[in-house]
Design a protein around this ligand. Structure first.
Ligand code: NPG
Length: 366
């Protein structure tokens, strides 16, 4: 396909409630959308970079800049989605920016071919079980109310955000209130160090599915040491930016579970590679989320339908984050989301809603 032009569109999406993690509090999502235009079809990609470089080094203004200045100029020859990563390889890092561009090209290619993301990626089912991520709250009663609400909505797994000072007590309170059958896990977003190992072992009696990213992003060796001191399985998120990182983590024994976020690893093709590698090594994977709109959510749900995704993902319904999504909203049915079956992402932005939330657009002719 020849890309004739690309629209970069910024949208501002207010969150239904503030979302607090160990690295910051979000009240609105500043999203960069990439629309790739080819003679055959158009395609959308959603960039998951946040406003500030607090989760990783990427941030949305930087992603827009690198896409315009370095990524798009490398894509002037006709190409397919499989060629994008190689064409962009000389540009180091910037995986979230690359993922948005590759996803838009893949969407255009699949829409032109009449094939869905799920089918292309190798989905093994037509719906996926859903978990929900619950932010850090001001008090334990407030947390218990939030968790009760999500369980009522049908969520099949609860993930609690933790940080030093908000860990053992709130997690124990949730376990005691809702019982041993609730699938429960925690996410530290790199907020601890190895010296906290004994403290974190206090979680071992709470029957958690996993503890996600307890230590710093580049601490694979330390995670391997921590794994020996905890009975709770360690899952890595921020540490895994590629299949090579996943291979290293597996070889070192740094984790027994991986959270796959396509944006973090440079796109859905690399995400599938990590899935394949983990599956071959008996490492469970699940699909993470980064507060995506319906566009990113559609692709995530397709990925989460691959056979190695054996744990419920952060694939929540649209209204967990947004009163009005830019696509038809994703709605939970019996704790599951349906994998879109239409061509490409299988969903479209609704033009009037998209225009209402748009803060800037830029057209780049290639
Ligand atoms: O359901 O989309 C979702 C969000 C799930 O907790 C979630 N995401 O650390 O995994 C995370 C966290 C996150 C959100 C990270 C935004 C970075 C940005």
């Amino acid at each position: 396909m020849k890309i004739t032009g690309v629209e970069l569109r910024r949208i501002a999406m207010p969150l239904v409630s503030p979302f607090r993690t160990s690295f910051g509090t979000e009240t609105a999502r500043d999203v960069l959308l990439v629309r790739v235009v080819t003679p055959e079809a158009e395609g959308w990609g959603e960039c998951v970079a946040m406003s500030e470089p607090l989760y990783s080094s990427e941030y949305v203004d930087g992603a827009a800049e690198v896409i315009k200045r370095f990524l798009l100029p490398a894509l002037t020859r006709p190409l397919g989605a499989n060629d994008v990563a190689r064409a962009l390889e000389p540009i180091k890092g910037h995986r979230m920016a690359k993922a948005a561009v590759e996803t838009a090209v893949l969407d255009a290619q699949l829409r032109a071919a009449g094939e869905s993301f799920g089918r292309f990626l190798g989905a093994a089912r037509d719906r996926v079980p859903c978990g929900v991520s619950v932010g850090i709250m001001d008090s334990i009663p407030q947390l218990l109310d939030a968790v009760a609400g999500y369980l009522d909505e049908g969520y099949l797994r609860i993930k609690l955000k933790i940080e030093p000072g908000w860990d053992l007590a709130p997690v124990r309170a949730v376990r005691e209130r809702f019982g041993d059958d609730v699938l429960l896990q925690v996410d530290a977003n790199a907020a601890y160090t190895l010296t906290d190992a004994r403290h974190l072992a206090g979680l071992d009696d709470l029957g958690l599915l996993l503890i996600e990213q307890p230590l710093a992003n580049d601490d694979l060796v330390q995670h391997a040491k921590l794994a020996k001191q905890l009975r709770t399985p360690i899952c890595l998120d921020e540490s895994i930016e590629s299949a090579e990182h996943a291979a290293a983590a597996i070889a070192l024994g740094s984790c027994s579970i991986v959270n796959i976020k396509p944006g973090r690893v440079g796109g859905y093709l690399e995400a599938r590679r990590i899935h394949d590698l983990c599956r071959a090594n008996g490492i469970a994977v699940w699909c993470g989320g980064m507060l995506e709109t319906g566009l990113g959510r559609a692709a995530n749900v397709a990925l989460a339908a691959l056979p190695g995704f054996t744990l419920p993902g952060d694939t929540s319904g649209s209204r967990r984050y947004y009163a009005t999504d830019i696509t038809e909203p994703f709605e939970l049915n019996d704790g599951h989301l349906a994998v879109p079956a239409g061509p490409g992402l299988g969903v479209e932005p609704i033009p009037s809603i998209l225009d209402e939330v748009t803060t800037a657009t830029e057209w780049i002719t290639l």
